[in-house]
Design a protein around this ligand. Structure first.
Ligand code: NI
Length: 176
């Protein structure tokens, strides 16, 4: 078993978070990519998150990991490379956080169900049908791959309040 490493999580407004990630090409599904995904799982879990995208560890690639609990105790634990939203359905409104926005939680409206396609780290085609928290997470992380952060998904009023709170946290050194 390979040794895993904790990666440094970058915080908003680091430019990498606002940059569209580069797709992983056919020849790039290698040990290095698998290692990156393993390290991202480790980093996410250590930080207490349920999702983490490559741009959040300073890697501008289209890749994310997620691990959300289902009601039956099973988990949606996936590494998704080159994610694409195939279909969405319904709506959910709830609190959302992001490891690149430490201490900030805001209400964000998302679709309730998503069918997402992509590849696993070995390059095999995958397609997942996710609901609730898993759907919210997959949509949030796919946004990261597109250089979109959850601030962009808030209402204008909530976004202004969030930006003010970020400024306060930055001033007191609690943002990093
Ligand atoms: Ni995030």
């Amino acid at each position: 078993m390979a040794f895993m490493a904790l990666l440094e999580i970058v915080h908003y407004p680091d430019p990498v978070l606002l940059t569209v990630g580069r797709p992983v090409a056919a020849g790039e599904f290698d040990a290095e990519l698998e290692r990156l995904a393993e390290d991202m799982f480790e980093t996410m879990s250590a930080a207490g998150g349920v999702g983490l995208a490559a741009p959040q560890v300073g890697v501008s690639r289209r890749l994310f990991v997620m691990d959300t609990p289902n009601a039956d105790g099973s988990h949606e634990r996936h590494a998704i490379v080159n994610p694409e939203i195939i279909r969405v359905e319904g709506e959910q409104t709830g609190d959302e956080g992001c490891l690149s926005f430490p201490g900030l939680f805001q209400v964000v409206k998302r679709e309730m169900r998503v069918i997402i396609g992509g590849n696993d780290v070995r390059g095999e085609r995958i397609e997942l049908d996710l609901e609730g928290l898993a759907a919210r997470c997959a949509l949030h992380e796919t946004d990261h791959c597109d250089g979109i952060v959850f601030l962009d998904r808030m209402s204008a009023l909530k976004r202004e309040l969030a930006k003010r709170k970020i400024k306060r946290l930055q001033k007191t050194g609690k943002w990093g």
